[in-house]
Design a protein around this ligand. Sequence first.
Ligand code: GAL
Length: 718
Amino acid sequence: MTTTGPGATNPVHGDMDQCRPVRLPRLAFGGDYNPEQWSPTVWREDVELMRKAGVNLVSVGIFAWSALQPAPDSFEFGWLDQVLDLLHAGGIAVDLGTATANPPPWLLAAHPEVRPVTSYGIRLAAGSRQTFCPSSPVFAEHARRLVGELARRYSDHPALAFWHLSNEYGDHVSSCYCEASTEHFRRFLQHRHGSIEVLNERWGTTHWGQIYRDFAEIDAPRQMPGPANPAQIADFRRFSTQAIIELVELEKAELAAAGPDIPVTTNFMGMCPELDYWALADRLDLITDDSYPDPLDPRAAVRAASSYDLMRSLGGGAPWLLLEQAPSGVSWREVNPAKAPGVQRLWSYQAIARGSDGAMFFQWRAPAVGSELHHSTMLPAAGTDTRIYREICQVGAELSAIGEIAGSRVCSDVAILMDWDVLWALDPDTAGERTMPSALLRWRTLLDPLYQAVFERGFVSDYVRMSTSADQLARYPVLVVPNAYLLSDDTAAGWAQYVSGGGQLLVGPFSGIVDRWHHRYAGGAPGPLREWLGVTSEEPWPLAADEQLTIRFADDDSVATVRIWAEWLTPTGPDTQVLATFVDGPLAGRPAVTRRRVGDGFAWYSSVIEPEGGPIVQRVAAAAGLRATDPGQLETVTRRQSAGPVGNGIADTETFFTFLLNHSGESVVAPAPAGVDLLTGNDTVDAVLLPAYGVAVVRHPARCRPAPAGTDRPSSTR
Ligand code: GAL
């Protein structure tokens, strides 16, 4: 093994300003480990079998609060001391949980007000997990005490690789509506708006007679007789992220006081709609993700790729870590299908291809009790002579042999906007009370077809924020904005500058409607984008769930079907090119997709959701000079290692690792760069034969992708 042990470090995260270096094994391999459920004899067997499987990192103690603090004034660290010592002796590093993911029953019994309250006013019962209100001062005080004790005891433990705050913040409970939360919300509003007059103005409380005299009159948006004020909903969702951030800061302060150099993470849940991950990511040293694609979903690989691109982007392009995935089936879907042979390995490599420095699982050993009894595990109940354990051992052995990949950066082609304020505006999630033109127009409804169109052409996407500057965007030949319903003048100006500098900006429908305070832009949509996009969207044209329209592209007369959404669009100048036109229905003859030259680039506006096959993205990418491929079920992603020890005679130069991932159940001949397949040791010339669900990782010296034709714009891939 080249990579085991807490001593072997991975110097990732150069780009995450102010981040501490992460003491990861080179490529991490392992999973959640819950030794408190087992006797010490089992621990010893665990470490032995982990070593056999190539495990070099485990996540410990995540749900162990009641085992660590069995009563208000007694702590029991003896078992954890032993476990960490055993793991360390076995060369296994530890991602140590702060154990605050579920308060102990004694705390909930003594302080029932710690239990969260739903928007219907129901206080949730104890007996599951995540039974806490993020704004509860009692919870915060007890969490602080526990984390302080843990930090002082284990900061210097040689097994400790990094701290793991709570678990999946926002899972089960992302917002609490209790009195403490309402008080906290009022303080948040006071800080955000300064005075009640400003809040009234920003919230537009003259509508429906909601003018407030005092912050004390404002409630959390619990269930109301009718629709809530959208500005109130928006502020509450932002507040809910802020409440979590305050817990993050509280735990981090305790950890830093005892050991300032230990990196901190918390595990994310892909593109979680509940919490603004940009804001949370800024507080972490390492981005980690839990990923549970549905084996029955034909788009599972695309959706997972999208999450992984987000994780990488949250860390500014630095390697991140897949902290949880299922070795086979999960236990929380209606039906929980197993992963076919090879799929666990394929999906592990997919995450690594997209920037994860390892592949971890939930969880190590099959439990004998509890609500996750039927979830697959690395070590199944049937023991080591099992398909799952063998496949785990295979991946563990492979990852230990390809540690040279660790720290390398993913080569990307295209930028896509991700913004939670927009997501929250489109998906207000207010239990049936509607205020938008169509409840069918949601963030993922807009994003997913665009992402898929990019993915299916073999391009790799980074996600960018609203605040990403024109200079930072300039490295991308294409910027895709699935939607900018809510938009500031500053962002619009930055995008205009990006386009003038030669970028291709594709803006999706129903954009430029309101400013950041949810006030409608005067003069019609798309607001501050209108002038340089060269269109006015006069009227939204939502389609019924079963309705569809046809659009025809002017350049090749091809047609596409659109659903869910259309708009009554009017070009505002002679230089606006109409690229596609509605063919049927009341919009027949009107523009559906337009573009306009702005400086050296083009600003594209689509009034429809990207149709199947991605015809709009196809045209935008071609205009940017990006060379599309037709990969079918083959996913190809390249990571680049800029310098450092790469082994096998190639040193001190840029080295590339191209991952070829066959997502189909059939074998394929995959075009490959000339190099060496690190998994087989075979030389590659121009292709590799991949079996069903097969993977190759080709190390090669040449750049990832040929320079785009017809453009001299520097691509981010080089
Ligand atoms: C995750 C969670 C784990 C485990 C897993 C099961 O959401 O973090 O603790 O419950 O799901 O799939």
